[in-house]
Design a protein around this ligand. Structure first.
Ligand SMILES: *[C@@H]1O[C@H](CO)[C@@H](O)[C@H](O)[C@H]1NC(C)=O
Ligand SMILES: *[C@@H]1O[C@H](CO)[C@@H](O)[C@H](O)[C@H]1NC(C)=O
Ligand SMILES: *[C@@H]1O[C@H](CO)[C@@H](O)[C@H](O)[C@H]1NC(C)=O
Length: 285
């Protein structure tokens, strides 16, 4: 996706954020076991008995489709459908100058009422690139649309996760969010990126290195986080009228995600306790 970020080039191809927290702790909500289609009680997904959900705002475009893209949209949707906790919905938004004709088909074939298209803005005005470089307002425009989508999350949304169609979630991701203590406002999980060089200067961290990248610690700070790896309490986000589209006025590099994370942290948003145990223990940072 044409993702606003200071790591613009890197994030362009940031195809894989596999958020892989291992959850060992007891769940903070009681969960019901449901039966899967085959009637077996296996790894059947669990629901939040209070009926709340995680609202995923998925920013996508034709480049995530099957024919002209990398087929990533199907993958992220499958990774959501694979969640151990099924209390989520996904709103899809598109803003581009090129249509995404396969979008409806992909959503239809996912055959899941939790997945729906919220906005499909196709217009020459939304061209991401102009003459090979990012159109000056593209990132902020997309973040403005993102802010609108956040406000369209269903009423029972407790959390919001803003992501891009080429990311991928570990199946315990939603479960991890629900495992956070009740007073937590932001769940920040560590993440993988193909474009990572943890030993480099922070802002170069997404540059491609050799081999498989290690899990990146989510610092909820500029250059040390990723849009898709944070879940925010929707109620507080709305009460404080936080808008990604406004945190970097005139900004062209799209670092809105890191700026927002840092703003919230500075404003005293309580995040899940960092463990810094890293990948081995699957800690949620
Ligand atoms: C979904 O779960 C199945 C079964 O565990 C697994 O084979 C598949 O790779 C998962 N798909 C995604 C996209 O996570
Ligand atoms: C879609 O899902 C419904 C209910 O989960 C199921 O009954 C139906 O067979 C599915 N349709 C397709 C085409 O898979
Ligand atoms: C984003 O929305 C704000 C108002 O909410 C507006 O002032 C700003 O111009 C918009 N940004 C772009 C790039 O359209």
């Amino acid at each position: 996706m044409r993702v606003p970020s200071v790591f613009v080039l890197a994030l362009l191809a940031l195809a894989l954020i596999a958020v892989a927290p291992a959850v060992e702790t007891a769940r903070s909500v009681d969960v019901n076991t449901i039966e899967n289609a085959a009637g077996e009680r296996s790894d059947a997904p669990l629901v939040d008995p209070e009926g709340s959900i995680v609202c995923f705002v998925v920013r996508t475009y034709w480049g995530h489709g099957d024919t002209w893209g990398d087929k990533s949209l199907r993958r992220i949707l499958a990774s959501l459908q694979n969640q151990t906790v099924e209390s989520w919905e996904a709103l899809l938004i598109v803003m581009d100058n090129r249509p995404f004709p396969e979008l409806r088909k992909i959503v239809r074939e996912a055959n899941d009422s939790r997945i729906w298209v919220h906005a499909e803005w196709i217009n020459y005005k939304y061209a991401p690139k102009e003459g090979g470089t990012w159109a000056p307002n593209y990132h902020n425009k997309l973040y403005n649309l993102t802010d609108m989508a956040v406000r369209a999350c269903p009423d029972n949304s407790r959390w919001v996760v803003i992501t891009n169609g080429d990311n991928l979630y570990d199946r315990h991701f939603v479960e991890t969010i629900y495992s956070a203590p009740p007073d937590v406002d932001a769940v920040a999980v560590d993440f993988y990126s193909r474009y990572q060089r943890p030993t480099a200067e922070p802002c170069e961290r997404f540059e491609e290195g050799d081999g498989v990248p290690p899990c990146k610690e989510n610092g909820m700070r500029f250059c040390q986080t990723d849009l898709a790896a944070n879940a925010y309490k929707l109620e507080r986000l709305l009460a404080e009228d936080r808008r990604f589209g406004l945190v970097d006025p005139g900004g062209t590099h799209g670092a809105n995600d890191g700026i927002m994370a840092q703003l919230l942290k500075t404003a005293g948003w309580k995040r899940n306790s960092p463990t810094s145990k890293g990948r081995a223990s699957g800690a949620q940072a």
